[in-house]
Write a protein that binds this ligand. Structure first.
Ligand SMILES: [Zn+2]
Ligand SMILES: [Zn+2]
Length: 304
C-alpha cells in the first residue's frame, strides 16, 4: 500500500451479529471492522467478522512477497461483534506477524485478559497465547496518544507529561471514552496523519443537545464514522424501545457531524434487522439533515 495515501476501507459494517443473505447483499452482513492505511501503516479498527476478509487479503499478499504483516489493531470494546473475527484473522497464525493491539481497560480487567477470555476453551479450540504471531497488547486511555513513526515500535505518549517528539510523517491516534454503552462504556478513536483526521465513533449513544465531548473530539474531521443503529422510531417506541442500549440514531449522528463541521459522515454499525432497502431509505433521509452522508457498506473505500 502506498505511503502517500490515507485510505479507509470498510470490511464489516454491522452491529450485534452477522447477517449474510439476499436481503443484505448490497450493504454486507459482517460485523464491525475498518481497515485504515496511513503513512504506510496498517491500522485495523475493531475485529468483528469483517476482519476475516482483510486477513485473507493480507495472507495472499504475504504468500507473494513474504513481507511480514505488521498491524496496529484498535478495539473500541470487547463485545462479540467487535472481537469475534479475530480468532479467524489469518496473519495472527503466522510466526512472522507483529500485532500491536490496543483497547480500553474495562472495570478491573485489562484488554489482554478480555481478549484472552474471548478465545478460551470450550468456546474456542486455540488460546490467544498459542497463536504464533507476536502480539503486544496494551490498555489505552484518554491520557495516551499512540504514535506510529517510521521504522519504530508504536509508542504511547502521555499528553500531560511528555512532548510528542515524532517526525511530521508520524500517525497519531487519540481516544475518547464514551460511557453510554452497556455496561463498561466504549472507546472512540481519532486517527490523524498528514493534516487529515478521521474519527471512529461506533457503539456510542447520543445525548440530548448533542454529545459535546464527541463534537469537540471530531471538530472539523475529514471523516466521521458514527453509530446509527436504530431509527428514531425504534429508539423511542415499539414493544422494546432501544433507548439506553448504547447506540445512536441517524439524527444523533448527523447532529454531531453538523456541530463538529466534519467534511463527511459515514453511518455505521447497522442493525442486523435492517435490510438493504431500509438502509438506503435511512441514508436518503439522513442526507436531508447532513448532505455529505454515506451509508457504510462492505468494500466502501474513502481516500482522505
Ligand atoms: Zn457493537
Ligand atoms: Zn457493544
Amino acid at each position: 500500500m502506498t505511503t502517500e495515501k490515507f485510505l479507509v476501507r470498510f470490511r464489516g459494517v454491522r452491529g450485534s451479529y452477522p447477517v449474510p443473505g439476499p436481503s443484505t447483499i448490497q450493504v454486507g452482513g459482517n460485523t464491525s471492522c475498518v481497515e485504515v492505511w496511513a503513512g504506510g501503516h496498517l491500522i485495523i479498527v475493531d475485529a468483528g467478522t469483517g476482519i476475516i476478509s482483510l486477513g485473507r487479503d493480507l495472507a495472499r499478499q504475504y504468500a507473494i512477497d513474504k513481507k511480514p504483516v505488521v498491524a496496529t489493531i484498535l478495539f473500541s470494546h470487547t463485545h462479540h461483534d467487535h472481537t469475534q473475527g479475530f480468532p479467524f484473522f489469518e496473519p495472527a497464525y503466522f510466526g512472522t506477524s507483529t500485532l500491536y493491539m490496543f483497547g480500553p481497560k474495562n472495570f478491573y480487567e485489562d484488554v489482554e485478559e478480555a481478549l484472552t477470555r474471548a478465545m478460551l476453551a470450550p468456546s474456542f479450540p486455540i488460546a490467544l497465547d498459542e497463536l504464533k504471531s507476536l502480539r503486544i497488547i496494551s490498555n489505552i486511555d484518554e491520557t495516551g496518544v499512540i504514535v506510529l513513526d517510521q521504522n519504530k515500535e508504536p509508542q504511547i505518549v502521555n499528553i500531560y507529561r511528555e512532548k510528542i517528539t515524532a517526525s511530521p510523517q508520524a500517525v497519531r491516534i487519540s481516544s475518547m471514552r464514551s460511557f453510554y454503552h452497556p455496561k463498561g462504556g466504549v472507546t472512540l478513536y481519532r486517527i490523524e496523519w498528514a493534516g487529515k483526521k478521521m474519527v471512529y465513533a461506533s457503539d456510542t449513544e447520543g445525548y440530548v443537545g448533542g454529545d459535546t465531548r464527541l463534537i469537540r473530539f471530531s471538530e472539523e474531521a475529514d471523516l466521521l464514522i458514527h453509530d446509527a443503529q436504530y431509527t428514531t422510531e425504534e429508539y423511542l417506541t415499539g414493544d422494546i424501545p432501544k433507548q439506553g442500549w448504547g447506540h445512536s440514531t441517524p439524527e444523533m449522528a448527523t447532529a454531531v457531524a453538523k456541530a463538529a463541521r466534519v467534511k463527511r459522515l459515514v453511518l455505521f454499525h447497522h442493525d442486523p434487522l435492517h435490510d438493504d432497502e431500509m438502509l438506503s431509505a435511512i441514508e436518503r433521509e439522513a442526507r436531508l439533515a447532513f448532505p455529505n452522508t454515506v451509508l457504510a457498506y462492505e468494500g466502501l473505500t474513502i481516500e482522505l
